[in-house]
Design a binder for this molecule. Sequence first.
Ligand code: ADE
Length: 225
Amino acid sequence: MKIDIITVVPDLLNGPFSHSILKRAQEKELLQVNVINLRDYTTYARAQVDDYPFGGGAGMVIMIEPLVNALEQLQQQTTYDDVIFLTPDGNTFNQKMANQLSLKKNLLFICGHYKGIDQRFRDHFVTQEISIGDYVLSGGELAAAVLTDAIGRLIPGVLNDETSALTDSFQDNLLAPPVYTRPENFKGWSVPPVLLSGNHQRIEDWRHEQAVSRTKERRPDLLTD
Ligand code: ADE
Protein backbone atom coordinates (compact mmCIF):
# COMPACT_ATOMS: atom_id res chain seq x y z
CA MET A 1 0.00 0.00 0.00
CA LYS A 2 1.10 3.53 -0.69
CA ILE A 3 0.04 6.56 1.36
CA ASP A 4 0.93 10.01 -0.01
CA ILE A 5 0.45 12.95 2.34
CA ILE A 6 0.23 16.55 1.13
CA THR A 7 1.12 19.10 3.79
CA VAL A 8 2.46 22.63 4.26
CA VAL A 9 4.45 21.46 7.31
CA PRO A 10 6.31 18.34 6.13
CA ASP A 11 8.67 18.46 9.12
CA LEU A 12 5.75 17.60 11.40
CA LEU A 13 5.70 14.17 9.75
CA ASN A 14 9.42 13.40 10.06
CA GLY A 15 9.13 11.22 13.13
CA PRO A 16 5.97 9.13 13.23
CA PHE A 17 6.76 6.70 10.41
CA SER A 18 10.42 6.08 11.23
CA HIS A 19 10.02 3.77 14.21
CA SER A 20 8.64 0.47 15.37
CA ILE A 21 5.89 -1.21 13.39
CA LEU A 22 5.51 1.38 10.60
CA LYS A 23 9.26 1.44 10.07
CA ARG A 24 9.26 -2.35 9.71
CA ALA A 25 6.26 -2.23 7.34
CA GLN A 26 8.20 0.11 5.06
CA GLU A 27 11.37 -2.00 5.28
CA LYS A 28 9.33 -5.04 4.25
CA GLU A 29 7.92 -2.94 1.39
CA LEU A 30 4.37 -3.57 2.55
CA LEU A 31 3.84 0.14 3.08
CA GLN A 32 5.25 3.22 1.40
CA VAL A 33 4.66 6.66 2.94
CA ASN A 34 5.55 9.80 0.99
CA VAL A 35 5.33 13.26 2.51
CA ILE A 36 4.75 15.92 -0.12
CA ASN A 37 5.39 19.61 0.48
CA LEU A 38 2.53 21.65 -0.98
CA ARG A 39 4.88 24.63 -1.35
CA ASP A 40 6.68 22.72 -4.12
CA TYR A 41 3.53 23.01 -6.23
CA THR A 42 2.67 26.69 -6.01
CA THR A 43 3.29 29.21 -8.78
CA TYR A 44 2.92 32.17 -6.40
CA ALA A 45 5.88 34.22 -5.18
CA ARG A 46 7.65 33.21 -1.97
CA ALA A 47 6.05 29.74 -2.14
CA GLN A 48 2.73 31.19 -1.01
CA VAL A 49 -0.01 28.56 -0.65
CA ASP A 50 -2.66 30.41 1.35
CA ASP A 51 -4.62 33.64 1.15
CA TYR A 52 -7.26 35.68 2.98
CA PRO A 53 -10.81 34.30 2.95
CA PHE A 54 -13.27 35.97 0.61
CA GLY A 55 -15.89 37.73 2.70
CA GLY A 56 -13.38 38.47 5.44
CA GLY A 57 -12.83 36.84 8.79
CA ALA A 58 -9.91 35.50 10.74
CA GLY A 59 -7.35 33.01 9.45
CA MET A 60 -5.96 32.03 6.08
CA VAL A 61 -7.29 29.52 3.57
CA ILE A 62 -5.16 27.15 1.49
CA MET A 63 -5.64 27.97 -2.19
CA ILE A 64 -7.08 25.50 -4.68
CA GLU A 65 -4.37 25.98 -7.34
CA PRO A 66 -1.37 24.45 -5.54
CA LEU A 67 -3.60 21.60 -4.34
CA VAL A 68 -4.78 20.81 -7.87
CA ASN A 69 -1.23 21.15 -9.25
CA ALA A 70 0.05 18.69 -6.66
CA LEU A 71 -2.82 16.27 -7.21
CA GLU A 72 -2.49 16.32 -11.00
CA GLN A 73 1.23 15.71 -10.87
CA LEU A 74 0.86 12.88 -8.37
CA GLN A 75 -1.92 11.34 -10.46
CA GLN A 76 0.51 10.97 -13.35
CA GLN A 77 2.21 8.28 -11.26
CA THR A 78 -0.61 6.97 -9.12
CA THR A 79 -4.32 6.21 -9.31
CA TYR A 80 -5.76 6.95 -5.88
CA ASP A 81 -8.51 4.83 -4.39
CA ASP A 82 -9.40 7.73 -2.12
CA VAL A 83 -8.43 11.38 -1.68
CA ILE A 84 -8.96 11.98 2.03
CA PHE A 85 -9.14 15.43 3.61
CA LEU A 86 -8.38 15.48 7.34
CA THR A 87 -10.76 17.91 8.98
CA PRO A 88 -12.61 18.24 12.30
CA ASP A 89 -15.94 18.38 10.41
CA GLY A 90 -15.35 15.00 8.72
CA ASN A 91 -16.69 11.57 9.70
CA THR A 92 -15.16 10.41 12.96
CA PHE A 93 -12.44 7.83 12.37
CA ASN A 94 -12.89 4.38 13.90
CA GLN A 95 -11.54 0.84 13.63
CA LYS A 96 -14.07 -0.14 10.98
CA MET A 97 -12.85 2.69 8.73
CA ALA A 98 -9.24 1.67 9.43
CA ASN A 99 -10.07 -1.91 8.38
CA GLN A 100 -11.72 -0.73 5.16
CA LEU A 101 -8.91 1.66 4.25
CA SER A 102 -6.27 -1.01 4.92
CA LEU A 103 -7.64 -2.92 1.91
CA LYS A 104 -6.91 -0.04 -0.49
CA LYS A 105 -3.84 0.24 -2.65
CA ASN A 106 -3.16 3.96 -2.93
CA LEU A 107 -4.39 6.69 -0.59
CA LEU A 108 -3.81 10.43 -0.70
CA PHE A 109 -4.19 12.43 2.50
CA ILE A 110 -4.62 16.21 2.36
CA CYS A 111 -3.71 18.10 5.52
CA GLY A 112 -5.44 21.41 6.09
CA HIS A 113 -3.91 24.26 8.03
CA TYR A 114 -4.99 27.69 9.15
CA LYS A 115 -8.73 27.99 8.48
CA GLY A 116 -8.84 25.06 6.09
CA ILE A 117 -8.72 24.59 2.33
CA ASP A 118 -10.77 26.20 -0.43
CA GLN A 119 -14.18 24.49 -0.48
CA ARG A 120 -13.96 23.94 -4.25
CA PHE A 121 -11.14 21.44 -3.78
CA ARG A 122 -13.27 19.58 -1.25
CA ASP A 123 -16.25 19.61 -3.60
CA HIS A 124 -14.46 18.42 -6.72
CA PHE A 125 -11.50 16.24 -5.67
CA VAL A 126 -11.91 14.93 -2.13
CA THR A 127 -13.63 11.54 -1.86
CA GLN A 128 -13.71 11.21 1.96
CA GLU A 129 -13.47 13.69 4.83
CA ILE A 130 -12.25 12.27 8.12
CA SER A 131 -11.88 13.68 11.64
CA ILE A 132 -9.96 11.95 14.41
CA GLY A 133 -12.18 13.39 17.13
CA ASP A 134 -14.19 16.33 18.35
CA TYR A 135 -11.34 18.73 19.00
CA VAL A 136 -9.42 21.07 16.75
CA LEU A 137 -5.75 20.46 15.90
CA SER A 138 -3.49 23.09 14.37
CA GLY A 139 -3.50 21.11 11.15
CA GLY A 140 -4.29 17.73 9.66
CA GLU A 141 -0.74 16.34 9.98
CA LEU A 142 -1.16 14.62 13.32
CA ALA A 143 -4.49 13.25 12.14
CA ALA A 144 -2.81 11.93 8.97
CA ALA A 145 -0.17 10.26 11.15
CA VAL A 146 -2.90 8.67 13.29
CA LEU A 147 -4.68 7.27 10.23
CA THR A 148 -1.42 6.03 8.69
CA ASP A 149 -0.54 4.18 11.89
CA ALA A 150 -4.00 2.67 12.41
CA ILE A 151 -4.25 1.61 8.74
CA GLY A 152 -0.61 0.58 8.24
CA ARG A 153 -0.57 -1.92 11.09
CA LEU A 154 -3.57 -3.73 9.55
CA ILE A 155 -1.89 -4.45 6.21
CA PRO A 156 -1.44 -8.24 5.97
CA GLY A 157 2.10 -9.23 6.98
CA VAL A 158 2.85 -6.05 8.95
CA LEU A 159 2.03 -7.46 12.37
CA ASN A 160 3.43 -10.77 13.54
CA ASP A 161 1.57 -13.19 15.83
CA GLU A 162 2.68 -11.42 18.97
CA THR A 163 1.25 -8.11 17.88
CA SER A 164 -1.73 -9.52 16.01
CA ALA A 165 -4.52 -7.04 15.34
CA LEU A 166 -7.20 -9.67 15.95
CA THR A 167 -7.08 -9.20 19.71
CA ASP A 168 -7.06 -5.38 19.61
CA SER A 169 -9.72 -3.31 21.26
CA PHE A 170 -12.63 -2.49 18.89
CA GLN A 171 -11.79 -5.31 16.47
CA ASP A 172 -14.96 -7.18 17.53
CA ASN A 173 -16.74 -4.18 19.08
CA LEU A 174 -15.19 -5.10 22.44
CA LEU A 175 -12.47 -3.36 24.40
CA ALA A 176 -9.39 -5.51 25.03
CA PRO A 177 -9.18 -7.40 28.37
CA PRO A 178 -6.52 -6.53 30.99
CA VAL A 179 -3.03 -7.99 30.54
CA TYR A 180 -0.30 -8.91 33.04
CA THR A 181 3.34 -9.92 32.91
CA ARG A 182 6.12 -10.84 35.37
CA PRO A 183 6.37 -10.78 38.31
CA GLU A 184 3.41 -12.90 39.45
CA ASN A 185 3.29 -10.95 42.67
CA PHE A 186 4.32 -7.33 43.08
CA LYS A 187 3.99 -5.85 46.58
CA GLY A 188 1.12 -8.24 47.30
CA TRP A 189 -0.76 -7.45 44.07
CA SER A 190 -1.05 -10.79 42.36
CA VAL A 191 -1.99 -11.79 38.85
CA PRO A 192 -5.48 -13.37 38.41
CA PRO A 193 -4.84 -17.10 39.08
CA VAL A 194 -6.68 -18.22 35.94
CA LEU A 195 -3.90 -16.72 33.80
CA LEU A 196 -1.39 -19.02 35.51
CA SER A 197 -3.62 -22.12 35.20
CA GLY A 198 -2.33 -23.24 31.80
CA ASN A 199 -5.94 -24.02 30.83
CA HIS A 200 -6.32 -22.24 27.49
CA GLN A 201 -10.09 -22.59 27.31
CA ARG A 202 -10.56 -21.11 30.80
CA ILE A 203 -8.13 -18.30 29.97
CA GLU A 204 -9.96 -17.47 26.77
CA ASP A 205 -13.34 -17.52 28.56
CA TRP A 206 -11.95 -15.26 31.28
CA ARG A 207 -10.56 -12.82 28.74
CA HIS A 208 -13.87 -12.69 26.90
CA GLU A 209 -15.79 -12.06 30.15
CA GLN A 210 -13.37 -9.29 31.08
CA ALA A 211 -13.65 -7.73 27.63
CA VAL A 212 -17.46 -7.76 27.85
CA SER A 213 -17.58 -6.32 31.36
CA ARG A 214 -15.00 -3.65 30.55
CA THR A 215 -16.96 -2.67 27.44
CA LYS A 216 -20.28 -2.57 29.37
CA GLU A 217 -18.70 -0.37 31.99
CA ARG A 218 -16.65 1.99 29.82
CA ARG A 219 -18.19 1.97 26.35
CA PRO A 220 -21.73 0.55 26.43
CA ASP A 221 -22.34 2.33 23.10
CA LEU A 222 -20.09 -0.22 21.36
CA LEU A 223 -22.42 -3.08 22.32
CA THR A 224 -25.45 -1.50 20.69
CA ASP A 225 -23.77 -0.43 17.41
N1 ADE B 1 -7.54 19.01 11.53
C1 ADE B 1 -7.77 19.80 12.60
N2 ADE B 1 -8.43 19.15 13.55
C2 ADE B 1 -8.65 17.88 13.08
C3 ADE B 1 -9.28 16.74 13.59
N3 ADE B 1 -9.87 16.73 14.80
N4 ADE B 1 -9.31 15.63 12.83
C4 ADE B 1 -8.76 15.64 11.60
N5 ADE B 1 -8.14 16.69 11.07
C5 ADE B 1 -8.08 17.81 11.79
